[in-house]
Design a protein around this ligand. Structure first.
Ligand SMILES: [Zn+2]
Length: 147
């Protein structure tokens, strides 16, 4: 019996289902899709597997080496704050000026890292917008405030 993993992608009222042969390829597919559609306001990808159960995603994965728990980045409070930060600071990298239009992935970054300042995790004043390249570059010089 062949197993497959199906993912339902939804943008507003339009729904599309795709099948993947492995869980890894499904997760990769979801990751790419979320990045591609990150500017749409009402998106959701849902996925079911017997090992992970039901997983629902509505924002690009925040893959940061500083993040010790994935759950924080899936929390409603964070997703809401993330959108507020993008509205307030603009959808472009505060360091190099790259925007989604120029094809970069934007990260909402904690200036003071969550690992050492958990009390500032949901403080909008501790957030800045960085592109992936600048965010990775930041790791070398921790806690830099680019503003
Ligand atoms: Zn940048």
């Amino acid at each position: 019996m062949e197993r497959y993993f199906s993912v339902t992608f939804r943008i507003a009222n339009s729904i599309r289902t795709k099948h993947y042969k492995t869980e890894q390829s499904a997760m990769r597919g979801i990751g790419k899709w979320l990045v591609k559609h990150q500017d749409e306001c009402d998106i959701n990808a849902s996925f079911f597997s017997d090992t992970q159960g039901h997983l629902s995603f509505d924002a690009p994965f925040e893959a940061s080496p500083l993040s010790d728990s994935v759950d924080f980045y899936k929390s409603k409070a964070w997703l809401k704050l993330r959108l507020e930060a993008l509205e307030r600071y603009g959808r472009r990298c505060v360091s190099c000026g790259a925007s989604v239009q120029t094809g970069v992935v934007l990260h909402v970054d904690h200036i003071k890292p969550r690992s050492r300042y958990p009390e500032l995790a949901l403080d909008i004043n501790n957030l800045q917008i960085l592109c992936e390249a600048c965010n990775l570059g930041k790791m070398a010089s921790m806690e830099q405030d680019w503003r």
